[in-house]
Design a protein around this ligand. Sequence first.
Ligand code: DCP
Length: 123
Amino acid sequence: MTGRGDQSVSLDLLKQKMANFAKERDWDQFHSPRNLLLALVGEVGELSEIFQWKGEVPKGLPDWKEEEKVHLGEELSDVLLYLVRLSDICGIDLGKAALRKVELNAIKYPASSNTNDGIAHTS
Ligand SMILES: Nc1ccn([C@H]2C[C@H](O)[C@@H](COP(=O)(O)OP(=O)(O)OP(=O)(O)O)O2)c(=O)n1
């Protein structure tokens, strides 16, 4: 494993690493918006398979084997990496866009509207 320990990982670092990865393999030609979107959806499918047929699972996944958690981390990473790459190729600053969206969400769903019934009020 080549993890970065306690260091925080920025979207910018992941963007740069994906750009280098593609460049070194001459894969920029394959990393078109549509191809990346399809790859992303495929990885979401692989992520879903991990939870498929398990029913609801408790937070923190206390009963999962270590290898299952490692696998989950890999599939979550594939989704993130393709999302970061897709955003980059489309010229979207994902970090900025996500922060803006969090702000928009807070306006749309003010904390005072929380009825504590566990149901998201979407209209
Ligand atoms: N043209 C490609 C192919 C792969 N990757 C990178 C991004 C993903 O993080 C990972 C995806 O690799 P695989 O297609 O081999 O998918 P998996 O790792 O999920 O393997 P498998 O489908 O065998 O489980 O590699 C990429 O950037 N561009």
